[in-house]
Design a protein around this ligand. Structure first.
Ligand code: HAM
Length: 425
C-alpha cells in the first residue's frame, strides 16, 4: 500500500536554501542595528499560559479565534497557547524578573495565529521586534520608530511609508470610545454586516474595515485627535518633532487603529507600497502603557514594534532589494581516486577558514565537475589517479578562461588562496 504523502500543515511553509539563509541574514541585520541601539536579546518560550495572551483583548480575533491553545499533561492540566506575538511575553518577563528600567529588549522568532492562509498571511510567521519598558519619554518612541525606519533602509527598501497616530491615554480614550460608538450606532444601517458585528464587540476596530460599503461612514467618524488630553497631545507633538529632527518622513493617519487592543498614545504602522493592500503592513507597533500592570507587574509604560519577516521579504522581492547571497562555497574538491584524499583536503581547507564542498558516491569526473560548476565555487581542487600517485593535486580557476596548475598536496591551501585572491580583484 502506498504510504501517505505528508505536507507542511496549512498556513506553514518549509523554508529551503537559499531563502532560509536570506532570512537568517535579515535577522542578523536587525540584530546588529538593535544591539547598536542598546537593545539586548530576550529569548522567551514559544508557549505561555493562556492568560498571558488573554490580556491582548477580550473581544479581539487574535485571542478569541486565532490562538493555538492546548492543555499539557500536568495534573491538573495547564491551559497553554502558542504565542501569537511577543509583546505580552516581554511584559510577562518584565513583571516576573523586575529588571531595572528602562529595559530595552529585542527579539526574533516564529509566531502562531490561526488565520485564513493567503499570500503574506500565514499560521506560522516570523517577527523581529523591540520593546522599551519603563519610560514614557517621547524620545523613546522616536528611538524605536527611527530604528524601524533605519532597518528597512539597511535592507535597501525604498517604498516603505510610516503611518502614525495617537490613540490617547486612559483619560482621553473613554470619551472618544463613547463618541465613536454613538456615531457608529447612529449610522449602523449603512455599515456592512461584518462591521455591524464588530461594532457590538469593539467599535474602534470598525475604523480598520477595508470594505467599500463602510468607507463613507468611516470617513465622517469622529477623530481621536479631537479628543486627546493636553498631555497626550503634547506627547504626540514631541514624538513628531523628534521624527522631524531625524529627517524621518511620516504621515499622520488619524484613523489608524491596530489589530491588538493594548495600545495607548503613539501607534504606528509601516506600509510597503510594493505589496497589495491586503498584506502591505510590514510592521507595526506603539505604546501599551497598561499592559505590564495587567500582567501583575508594577505600572510600567512601554513602547515597541514587531516587523513581519515574511512580508518584508515579499516586499524586498517586489522591489528587487536584499537579494539572496551567493552560496558560501568557495572551493569544490573533485576526487576520482576513491574519495579518501578529498576527505582529508576538505578538512584541511575548512580548517583554513574556507567554504568547501565535495561530491560523494564515486561519481565520474564529468559528473563531479558539473557539481563543482553548480556549487558556484571559484576554485576546484582535482585529485585523479595521476595526482594521487604523485602526492599532488590540480587546482583549477573556475572562472571562464581560468587556468589550472598542479601543486604538491601540502601546498593546496596556498594555491587555492591564490586563485581566490585573483577572483576578488
Ligand atoms: P501586529 O500588527 O499584529 O503587531 O504584527 C506585526 C507584523 O507582523 C505585521 O505588520 C505583519 O507584518 C506581521 N504579521 C502579523 N500577522 C501575520 C501573519 N498571519 N502572517 C504574516 N505576517 C504577519 C504585533 O504583533 C505587536 N506585538 C507589535 C508591537 C510590539 N506592538 C508593540 N510592541
Amino acid at each position: 500500500m502506498a504510504q501517505p504523502l505528508f505536507r507542511a500543515p496549512a498556513g506553514t511553509r518549509d523554508l529551503l536554501p537559499p531563502e532560509s539563509a536570506r532570512r537568517r541574514r535579515l535577522v542578523a541585520v536587525f540584530a546588529d542595528l538593535a544591539e547598536r541601539t542598546g537593545f539586548g536579546l530576550l529569548e522567551s518560550p514559544i508557549f505561555e499560559d493562556l492568560g498571558v495572551f488573554q490580556r491582548l483583548g477580550e473581544s479581539n480575533d487574535v485571542v478569541t479565534k486565532e490562538l493555538f491553545e492546548f492543555f499539557d499533561k500536568g495534573d491538573p492540566p495547564r491551559h497553554l497557547a502558542l504565542r501569537p506575538e511577543l509583546t505580552a511575553s516581554v511584559c510577562r518577563a518584565f513583571a516576573e524578573h523586575r529588571p531595572a528600567p528602562p529595559w530595552k529588549i529585542w527579539y526574533s522568532g516564529p509566531q502562531f495565529r490561526y488565520e485564513r492562509p493567503q499570500a503574506g498571511r500565514y499560521r506560522q510567521f516570523e517577527q523581529v521586534g523591540v520593546e522599551t519598558l519603563g519610560t514614557d519619554d517621547p524620545h523613546a518612541d522616536v528611538e524605536v520608530i527611527g530604528l524601524g525606519l533605519r532597518f528597512y533602509e539597511a535592507l535597501g527598501m525604498k517604498q516603505v511609508r510610516l503611518l502614525l497616530n495617537s490613540l490617547g491615554d486612559s483619560e482621553s480614550r473613554p470619551s472618544y470610545d463613547a463618541a465613536l460608538a454613538a456615531y457608529l450606532q447612529s449610522r449602523r444601517g449603512e455599515l456592512s454586516g461584518q462591521s455591524q458585528l464588530t461594532l457590538e464587540r469593539n467599535p474602534l476596530r470598525v475604523l480598520d474595515s477595508k470594505r467599500e460599503q463602510d468607507q463613507p461612514v468611516i470617513a465622517e467618524a469622529p477623530l481621536m485627535a479631537d479628543f486627546l488630553s493636553g498631555e497626550s497631545a503634547d506627547h504626540f507633538a514631541a514624538v513628531l518633532a523628534g521624527l522631524d529632527s531625524l529627517g524621518a518622513a511620516y504621515e499622520v493617519s488619524p484613523r489608524l487603529v491596530r489589530g491588538l487592543d493594548y495600545y495607548t498614545r503613539t501607534t504606528f504602522e509601516f506600509v510597503a507600497d510594493a505589496l497589495d493592500t491586503a498584506q502591505n503592513a510590514v510592521g507595526g507597533g506603539g505604546r501599551y502603557d497598561g499592559l505590564v500592570e495587567e500582567l501583575g507587574g508594577p505600572p510600567t509604560p512601554g513602547i515597541g514594534f514587531a516587523l513581519g519577516v515574511d512580508r518584508i521579504l515579499l516586499a524586498c522581492d517586489a522591489e528587487g532589494a536584499f537579494a539572496a547571497a551567493a552560496a558560501p562555497v568557495e572551493v569544490f574538491v573533485v576526487d576520482t581516486a576513491g574519495g579518501q584524499t578529498a576527505a582529508v583536503l576538505c578538512d584541511r581547507l575548512r580548517q583554513a577558514g574556507l567554504g568547501v564542498d565535495r561530491a560523494f558516491d564515486g561519481r565520474s569526473m564529468k559528473a563531479q565537475m558539473k557539481r563543482a560548476d553548480r556549487s558556484g565555487a571559484a576554485a576546484a581542487v582535482i585529485i585523479g589517479p595521476d595526482e594521487q600517485a604523485e602526492g599532488a593535486v590540480t587546482v583549477r580557476d573556475m572562472r571562464p578562461g581560468g587556468g589550472q596548475r598542479r601543486v604538491a598536496e601540502t601546498e593546496v591551501v596556498a594555491a587555492v588562496a591564490e586563485v581566490l585572491e585573483g577572483e576578488a580583484q
